[in-house]
Ligand binder design. Structure first.
Ligand code: ZN
Length: 69
């Protein structure tokens, strides 16, 4: 939805960015809290589907915080 502006579930274009919440973040399964990467969301007002993305400014941290096994 972020890239297309269209909901992949219902086809609606009634898609909106949603405010960041501190409860919405990710980190590696065995990672430390300092490895947390913050996310943002897009919500479809028509069907309620929510899409989650790592914030653009945080994507460089994915290489460091989510190392290859
Ligand atoms: Zn939808």
């Amino acid at each position: 939805m972020k890239l297309t502006g269209t909901c992949p579930k219902c086809g609606s274009t009634d898609v909106h960015p949603a405010l960041h919440s501190n409860t919405n973040n990710i980190r590696p399964v065995e990672g430390r809290s300092s490895d947390t990467v913050y996310t943002t969301h897009y919500v479809c007002r028509s069907c309620g589907y929510v899409e989650e993305w790592v914030k653009p400014e945080e994507t460089p941290l994915l290489q460091r915080n989510f190392p290859q096994k």
